[in-house]
Design a protein around this ligand. Structure first.
Ligand code: ADP
Ligand code: MG
Ligand code: MG
Ligand code: MG
Ligand code: MG
Ligand code: MG
Length: 711
């Protein structure tokens, strides 16, 4: 979540009156940024991860694992520790991890103290940094609490006790039959977001995930826990058909925004490199969702899907009936096919390789906004992108920030931009900041261990370098990417599904006919692999961001038009194994191109070996020699003695599952189907285990102290 402004939020009836104001000024704010920074080049590669945790509270006597609602106290303590550290270690702020609040009152988010720089060695410190952050989080928890990186909490919203302290379901904000309002971060932004989404929609949100039908599951499955209630008008929703038989019905924002994920943000060297990276990430989104699948259980029931994405999409779906196409348009302006949380709707790189045929989705735009942007020289693709995001209403408006200086603020812009939650986000620089154009990769589910989270982060970082340095082209029609999102959710998608992917990754390279490729042989955006750059403005870092790589189509009158065949000939259906590991013939796979990129660098043997340890996880999850987190969880449930093969996850099964996850993370419990034998758990981190922080300092994982000796 972004910054938390303090103020008085407007309720929906009033916020609605100001929607045009926010949109209009939001676009003006973007134009100020655009005019100032569209030609800015030469920013260095910076990147950083975000990891979200659930605070688990054990009740060992009652054999129950619950969500601890102590976010506020834990964060205050962590922030206190961070400011103490800053006092005792002036100038080393970059070493001090940052913790943020999240939607769930049991959630924490952490990021490194500063983004990582453009050097391969940084990649070797990612796991240590993540472990350090987990240690810090743990250090401020009670002895029965633990920070776990679970994507969805299996029994959230199930009957019984799933929070600590206990609150009965209900409350006027979400009006859920299953969740108490107390599950939500109490900062006024979050209840307002929750209530205004419900009010705008005119009903509670409704997610129905297909139930996994086991041998003893009653058919049709009519959930006995969907009880009748007559307090709020919305209590009629379930009665009136919002809850489907043979599905897991969920009725509140917390079910989705209360999930955890792993996100990676990159700073590109220019706006055009960011747009190119954005487009390349789009088809990769569903592939990585399938590969990181980690959420097979919702509301105490085993699902027939493995991923969180559709649950979150539904959980903030504020579209009215008219917008959902269920009633003729009378009050609203558009029929909108997707929730504001969903997969990307259009490619944005302004280049011949981005053929118009790829943007084949039915995608409403606000024509006046598109015209306004183009009037000021924004090209059609980017104008279309924002004219699409800006069909949405602002959901939370703070009275105090209504009137802003559009040349100095981006609040109104961010209000709409950051409540469009897509698989990839194109992030313009904030006004008055050294930060450049960024792209965020958002589809991955968080993994149980930091070894895995680091491995997926490292893989995505190396993939961006391969994309840029080898001039890779991943374009396929967006409608096929959407189909892939659907397939990625399916149970055991790594084995059960095929995915659309581009057949020839090398041709024509994006930039063909408009911008030559960056020169080859550069590590991580232009640095020789051995340079130990620092994240914070170390100007020993140069950039390959030449004027060539940044010149948009219109600036290259001499460029030749690429010759294209039918779009349908460009892609095929592949297994995840083929997409990642190659087909053994012409198609190298994403790991193939990453290795090709690494081969082109002068990488020290020990560095390469360590990187290969990360890549091994990606390779083996894709080839099926290791299972996904979701599959491991399913197997655990199926082999649990208390499981009755009726799709129900009891408190006892949940407790044992959470304990097992915890023990895996610590390295006490070995799960050779899930993790390679080399995995050492975090409990193995003892004083003297070192990692290199992003500031370049060498730190002790066990206590975060700076140490003098090298790694
Ligand atoms: P949000 O929640 O808005 O997505 P966060 O601030 O939580 O963003 O996390 C953003 C991530 O991007 C962090 O890992 C941070 O280290 C990283 N980051 C910060 N500044 C930059 C930058 N200039 N370029 C790339 N990454 C950055
Ligand atoms: Mg977050
Ligand atoms: Mg964040
Ligand atoms: Mg955020
Ligand atoms: Mg979240
Ligand atoms: Mg983020």
């Amino acid at each position: 979540m972004g910054l938390l402004a303090i103020g008085s939020p407007l309720d929906w009836a009033e916020a609605k009156q100001h929607a045009d104001h926010v949109r209009e000024h939001g676009i003006e704010q973007f134009l100020h940024i655009w005019h100032r920074l569209k030609d800015r080049t030469g920013d260095v590669l910076l990147w950083g991860d975000e990891i979200e945790y659930m605070v688990i509270s054990y009740d060992d006597e009652g054999k129950n694992a619950r969500l601890s609602l102590r976010q506020t106290e834990i964060l205050e303590d962590l922030q206190h520790d961070a400011s103490e550290r800053k006092k005792t270690s002036p100038g080393r702020e970059a070493c001090i991890p940052v913790f943020h609040p999240e939607y769930g009152r049991y959630m924490l988010e952490s990021t490194p103290g500063a983004p990582y720089g453009a050097n391969l060695e940084a990649l070797l410190s990612v796991e240590g940094n993540m472990k350090f952050r987990r240690k810090l989080a743990q250090s401020r928890m009670h002895s029965n609490e633990v920070p776990l990186t679970l994507t969805s909490f299996p029994r959230m919203g199930a009957p019984g006790v799933f929070t600590d302290p206990y609150y009965p379901p209900g409350g006027g904000v979400a009006r859920s039959l299953f969740l108490p309002d107390e599950i939500t971060n109490p900062h006024v932004r979050f209840p307002t977001l929750t209530a205004n989404i419900r009010r705008r929609r005119g009903a509670k949100v409704a997610m129905n995930m297909p139930l996994y039908i086991d041998t003893n599951t009653p058919r049709p499955f009519i959930d006995p826990n969907i009880h009748d209630r007559n307090i709020w008008p919305e209590d009629a929703n379930a009665r009136d058909g919002a809850a489907l038989p043979d599905h897991i019905y969920m009725d509140a924002m917390g079910f989705g925004m209360g999930c955890c994920c792993l996100q990676i943000t990159f700073q590109a060297c220019s706006v055009n490199e960011a747009r190119r990276m954005y487009d390349a990430f789009v088809p990769v989104g569903p592939i990585m969702l399938a590969l990181t699948a980690a959420s097979p259980i919702f509301r105490g029931l085993l699902a027939d899907v493995d991923c969180r994405w559709n649950v979150i999409a539904g959980s903030v779906d504020d579209r009215t009936e008219e917008e959902r196409g269920l009633a003729p348009l009378k009050h609203d302006r558009f029929v909108i096919p997707k929730s504001r949380y969903d997969s990307v709707d259009c490619y944005i790189y302004d280049c011949d390789s981005n053929r118009p045929e790829y943007n084949d989705n039915d995608m409403p735009i606000d024509p006046a906004i598109k015209e306004r942007l183009m009037q000021d020289g924004v090209d059609e693709l980017l104008a279309t992108h924002f004219a699409h995001l800006f069909i949405r209403d602002p959901i939370v408006i703070f009275e105090e920030t209504m009137n802003q200086d559009d040349s100095k603020s981006s609040d109104h812009f961010e209000n709409i931009q950051s409540t469009n939650w897509q698989t990839v986000r194109f992030k313009p620089p904030p006004p008055d900041s050294p930060i450049g154009w960024r792209v965020e990769f958002r589809s991955m589910e968080v993994q149980l261990t930091d070894y895995e989270n680091a491995a997926f982060a490292v893989f995505i970082v190396l993939l961006t370098r391969a994309i840029m340095n080898l001039g890779l082209n991943f374009y396929i029609p967006i409608s096929k990417v959407d189909e892939n999102m659907h397939r990625a959710h399916q149970r055991d998608a790594v084995h059960s599904q095929k995915f659309y992917f581009r057949k020839n990754l090398f041709s024509p390279a994006p930039g063909h006919g408009c911008s030559p490729l960056p020169s080859a042989g550069h590590a991580l955006n232009g640095l020789p692999a051995h340079i130990n750059g620092r994240a914070n403005g170390d100007d020993t870092q140069s950039s390959t961001c030449s004027s060539h790589t940044t010149s948009p189509r219109s600036h290259s009158p001499t460029c030749e038009k690429a010759e294209f065949g039918p779009v349908e000939d460009e892609y095929d259906e592949f297994t995840i194994n083929e997409i990642i590991n190659g087909d053994g013939k012409d198609f190298p796979g994403l790991l193939g191109v990453v290795r090709k990129y690494l081969d082109s660098l002068d990488v020290e043997k020990s560095t390469r070996e360590q990187l290969e340890k990360s890549l091994e996880l990606v390779r083996r999850r894709a080839d099926g020699s290791l299972v996904t987190t979701a599959t491991w969880m399913r197997n655990f449930v199926h082999s649990h003695p208390a499981y009755k093969h009726d799709s129900v996850i009891t408190e006892e099964i949940n407790y044992d599952l959470i304990r097992a996850v915890d023990e895996i993370e610590r390295g006490i419990r070995k799960e050779p189907t899930l993790l390679p034998a080399c995995y050492e758990g975090s409990s193995q981190a003892k004083e003297g285990d070192l990692f290199k922080a992003c500031c370049g300092d060498v730190m002790d994982i066990a206590n975060g102290a700076k140490v003098e000796k090298g790694l």
